[in-house]
Write a protein that binds this ligand. Sequence first.
Ligand SMILES: [Zn+2]
Length: 243
Amino acid sequence: MKLQIRLFILWMITFCVVPFENAISRDPGSYCLISDQVIVDSLSQVYGKNKLIPKDFELQCLIVLSHFPELKNTHIEFVIKESFAPLSALPKIGTLFLGGDKRKFQVTISDKSTQYMDPILLKNLPFNAQLGVLGHELSHIVDYLHLSWFELIAVAMNYALNPSYHAWMEKKTDLITINHGLGWGLYTYYKFARSLAAKTPEANWANDYYLHYNEVLFEMQKRPYYNEYFLPNTLFKSRNLSR
Ligand SMILES: [Zn+2]
């Protein structure tokens, strides 16, 4: 028993108490919740420009921003408030007609929704799932970044009125997230969300609009970035995505 405890402590030291730079470069699929202010500050210096980030999700937002270097100068406010959708990302209305880096975006993080949405609010997700779903929202911003105001309005109308377009757009956004190295986070999020939706018929509508977690894996397998997890000699690489 004592040996097991010692092995567990060794595992914790090896995989959880590593410097952030090592965590990000060695294994982007298994981030740990490291509450070290020095790490948060160093990430903030590089990726925190023009960003307003609530303390509650500071580390998560900064890790995800580090996967989107093209958003380094983009104005993004992460705002926690009551909202039906667990997360959403939209241009700020007052800046809709501005182009380039002048346009500002808001990521709304819901802290209160309906009873069946509550389990998938950001605050209730595993850490890696939080990264995946925040990555999905930043992927929307990447998608909106170079659209004119007229194109943005057309996208919004199509999204609201055409279910096929809605599904196409959400699945395209999932692919952008996978392309930015957050496939494991997305996989964790969808596995978690679908397991809850299976028990809640009201939540099943969302399944048609997003990739299934097995489709996320399939798309990851096609990309060299994730090779180390799918090559035959790494089939038994252990993963713990629930933390
Ligand atoms: Zn979306």
